[in-house]
Design a protein around this ligand. Structure first.
Ligand SMILES: Nc1ncnc2c1ncn2[C@@H]1O[C@H](COP(=O)(O)OP(=O)(O)OP(=O)(O)O)[C@@H](O)[C@H]1O
Length: 328
């Protein structure tokens, strides 16, 4: 549905051009939840601005159902922008207006009649579970409820794509789960496509179907979560299944292994330990992260082995397709 090819964005600066996006090529399927991850400065915001036509790329195409967004001007561009709804880290609601009136704002701007606005707002309040809070002002709502109002407002004019820029970064873990549950629910009920910019691996793990990792304006990895997460060679595999750093003081050698690679029949911590034991290598688990992501059991284990056995441990683990790496 959204097909980005060779997208490049340069900004002029006193020290020459800054390349914010460099040859970005990726696809976001209709009705999917797509995560865009990357460090600060990776180009995430620039990418979103190019998607919505707020920024004109230096080169490349952004194809939305056969329309190249960067090629549009005037009324056509304004029309295509209405196909995107925006959700931000903070809902930025107007304090002087009730929840219902905040949601009605884009409908007023789009010229809906008072009756149509009332009907649509009631529908949206129900959709985000805030019917009983319609008359509350933002100061009377929790952060999570304010974000629900923000999401309802973004959906008001029935966009096809919901772009969420760090939608849960300001929320606690419990509220984050509720908001992610709501986004998933909206995708099921409305068939809407959701794009989430986030720096939180947990958001990607919990809700995304597909993901793109950006670094220095380039695509490092992109694809379905269930594929990238089971490929021990990807950066996303490490980012989505994080292990703690090694203990500050340690005498042993540490070997990290990955579970979940389809080529490996070894799927549990016990199986890894017994494989090493049978090979004559005693090992202990120093840390482990085990998750079920997109229906796949995946994990990473940090093993402490005697330094004299490290090379043998790596050999045994490699033979079992557990992608061992000596941690330093
Ligand atoms: N208007 C601009 N003029 C010049 N350089 C810019 C401009 N906007 C962004 N950049 C540069 O482009 C690069 C990408 O910035 P961008 O804001 O897209 O990154 P980001 O991944 O969204 O970062 P963050 O997570 O901190 O918001 C950075 O090097 C940034 O300094």
């Amino acid at each position: 549905m959204l097909d980005v090819r060779g997208l490049r964005k340069e900004y002029a600066s006193a020290r020459g051009p800054v390349v914010a996006l460099d040859d970005i090529t990726l696809s976001i399927p209709r009705g999917s939840i797509h995560g865009i991850v990357g460090r600060s400065g990776a180009g995430k915001s620039t990418f979103i601005r190019c998607l919505t036509g707020l920024e004109e790329p230096t080169a490349g195409t952004v194809d939305l159902d056969g329309t190249d967004i960067p090629a549009l001007r005037g009324a056509d561009l304004r029309a295509v922008r209405r196909r995107f709804g925006m959700v931000f880290q903070h809902a930025n609601l107007l304090d002087s207006r009730s929840a219902a009136d905040n949601i009605a704002l884009p409908l007023e701007i789009a010229g809906w009649s008072a009756q149509d606005r009332r009907d649509r707002v009631a529908e949206l309040l129900d959709l985000v579970g805030l019917t009983d809070r319609a008359d509350n002002h933002p100061g009377q709502l929790s952060g999570g409820q304010q974000q629900r109002v923000g999401i309802a407002r973004a959906l008001a004019t029935r966009p096809d794509i919901l772009l969420c820029d760090e939608p849960t970064s300001a929320l606690d873990a419990g509220t984050t789960r509720q908001i992610l549950g709501l986004l998933r629910d909206l995708r099921e009920r409305l068939g809407i496509t959701v794009v989430i910019i986030t720096h939180e691996p947990s958001v990607v793990r919990e809700v995304c179907d597909t993901v793109t990792l950006l670094a220095d304006g380039r695509v490092v990895e992109t694809g379905p979560i269930r594929e990238v997460v089971t490929d021990a060679a990807t950066q996303l595999h490490r980012d989505l299944i994080p292990l703690p750093p090694l203990p500050l003081e340690h005498a042993g050698s540490y070997v990290e292994v990955s579970l979940g690679d389809p080529r490996s029949g070894t799927t549990s911590v016990d199986a890894v330990l017994s494989l090493l034991r049978q090979g004559g290598v005693p090992a202990e688990v120093a840390a482990a992260t085990l998750e079920t992501i997109a229906g796949r059991r995946v994990g990473r284990i940090q093993l402490e082995v005697d330094p004299g056995h490290a090379a043998e441990a790596v050999r045994l683990l490699e033979a079992a397709h557990l992608s061992p790496e000596v941690a330093a």
